[in-house]
Design a protein around this ligand. Structure first.
Ligand code: 5GP
Length: 194
């Protein structure tokens, strides 16, 4: 997605160690106009699927997911990173966070995810795939069908894509970063852009 690449080059901050900060338009301040284009691109890429629900994980996946849900007129469920006291019946698993270097419990109520649901998962970043694999586990526990996973930014030099594809998951990333270091970002050239 050309618009997104341009914005990352203009406003993203890259660091040695493979971290990209996009705090001025995705992760802290958000650009709703860009987010609308991001959602439209996800809708286009998954247009061959018959889904009835979007799933994401708090917090940064919620904005793109809700706009996809708005466009498709479908409900959006976000996986929670802490179990509310009032939640009784839920599916839970553990996820290791690359950015925070800790493991946390994630959960989703069985009221909002179950057999017969055909879902796509939307999130901001794909790095090592831990968050995505955790959500896949919840979807499996619920007996729902995972039809695909969409990421705004994939860091292709980390393991996530490979781990998801090994599990037979369809992955759609709007931009793929081949390499990044301090003040340098290289994108994977995709076939349709060559
Ligand atoms: P994974 O579970 O795939 O290893 O990491 C995915 C999650 O970690 C994303 O939802 C995102 O919140 C965070 N993350 C991983 N790498 C980066 C990064 O380079 N920049 C930012 N802003 N978040 C990241």
């Amino acid at each position: 997605m050309e618009l997104l690449k341009e914005r990352i080059l203009k406003d993203g901050k890259s660091f040695d160690g493979g971290i990209l900060k996009v705090d001025s338009f995705i992760n802290h301040q958000m650009d709703p106009i860009l987010m609308k284009s991001i959602a439209a691109e996800f809708v286009k890429r998954f247009s061959d699927l018959n889904i009835n629900k979007i799933i994401t994980i708090e917090a940064s996946g919620i904005a793109p997911a809700i706009l996809v849900g708005l466009e498709l007129e479908l409900p959006v469920v976000f996986v929670k990173k802490a179990k509310p006291k009032t939640m009784q019946d839920f599916y839970a698993t553990q996820v290791y966070s690359f950015t925070k270097d800790r493991t946390y419990d994630v959960c989703v109520s069985n009221q909002f995810l179950g057999e017969g649901d055909n879902v796509i998962f939307i999130d901001d970043f794909l790095a090592n795939g831990n968050a995505a694999l955790g959500v896949r586990d919840l979807i499996k526990q619920a007996g729902a069908n995972l039809m695909g996973m969409g990421f705004i930014i994939e860091k292709s030099f980390q393991e996530g894509r490979g781990r998801l594809m090994d599990q037979g998951v369809r992955v759609e990333s709007l931009v793929r970063i081949d390499w990044l270091s301090e003040n340098s970002i290289e994108f994977v050239q995709t076939v349709d852009e060559e």
